[in-house]
Design a protein around this ligand. Structure first.
Ligand code: 13P
Length: 277
């Protein structure tokens, strides 16, 4: 195990205090929807049409849709200010991998980005950080941007291992030579996903400082990728989450399936973006 970074919190605060991180966050607020294995195609079409009509021009919105929906959603959202992404990809370009999808296939079906290392892939499909790193390399080679998920389980938090788990995931999942401009990190504590048990602003802030420290050691304090929070984000709590320093947006599961709830989260992000700008 890599030892906890001794100067981690200090480094992140330095990055904050010189204004670079705040400025970048204001310019790059992101609200990403992870639809997971939802909804039915006809409902997805209705949802996408509603999202396309919502006027959020000061933030970046990304929809991570089920792979079979990439083409119909890309067609439906042509010209709309929304990016489309896949929820996973294989590390290989092609081959005998039944049921898998390559990064190039995602790109050819309209994706500009891909979600990798989600805890549901890490737990239900046994994906290690080393495998995630291979997938990131494949995605970058196909000109896809990457949203990399990291986060600790409840047991790891209770054992006071949360910070070390996240540091290890970041260090092992991000390949050498990854351009920081192509990467976004989503901190998603596993115990907060789909449970309604959102992490406290203090816990989110502390972990975002740790993540910013790892990233600033890798990329430099002036080139930090955005760091999102995910886990039970909803219309009611989004504003307080976006008020936490270093939170550059949200990765939203359940609430992203409701156009009004998603719009409320986007409104909160837009307001936070203006306050920072
Ligand atoms: P919920 O917003 O439903 O908790 O899901 C979070 C998530 O897993 C997004 O990737």
């Amino acid at each position: 195990m890599t030892p906890l970074l001794a100067g981690a919190v200090f480094t992140a605060r330095q990055a904050c205090s010189d204004g670079q991180v705040k400025k970048k966050r204001g310019a790059d607020m992101i609200v990403a929807a992870n639809w997971k294995m939802n909804p039915a195609l006809d409902q997805a079409a209705v949802l996408a049409t509603a999202l396309a009509s919502q006027p959020f021009f000061e933030i970046k919105r990304i929809l991570f849709v089920p792979h079979p929906y990439l083409v119909p959603m890309s067609v439906r959202l042509t010209g709309a200010p929304l990016q489309i992404g896949g929820q996973d990809c294989h590390f290989a370009d092609h081959g005998a991998y039944t049921g898998d999808v390559s990064a190039g296939m995602l790109r050819d079906c309209g994706a500009s980005t891909v979600l990798l290392g989600h805890s549901e892939r890490r737990s239900a499909h046994g994906e290690s950080s080393d495998l995630v790193a291979q997938k990131i390399k494949a995605a970058l080679a196909q000109n896809l941007d990457v949203v990399l998920c990291v986060g600790e389980t409840k047991a790891e938090r209770d054992d006071k291992k949360a910070e070390q788990v996240v540091i290890d995931q970041l260090q092992a999942s991000i390949p050498d030579n990854t351009p920081p401009t192509r990467l976004t990190i989503a901190y998603e504590p596993v115990w907060a996903i789909g449970t309604g048990a959102v992490a406290s602003p203090d816990d989110i802030g502390a972990m975002h400082h740790i993540i910013a420290s790892v990233l600033s050691e890798r990329f430099g304090a002036g080139a930090l990728p955005p760091i999102l929070y995910g886990g039970s984000v909803n219309a009611e709590n989004a504003g307080s989450i976006f008020a936490v320093p270093l939170v550059g947006g949200a990765l939203v599961g359940g609430a992203s399936l409701d156009a009004d709830a998603f719009a409320a989260i986007c409104t909160a992000a837009q307001l936070a973006s203006r306050n920072e700008g």
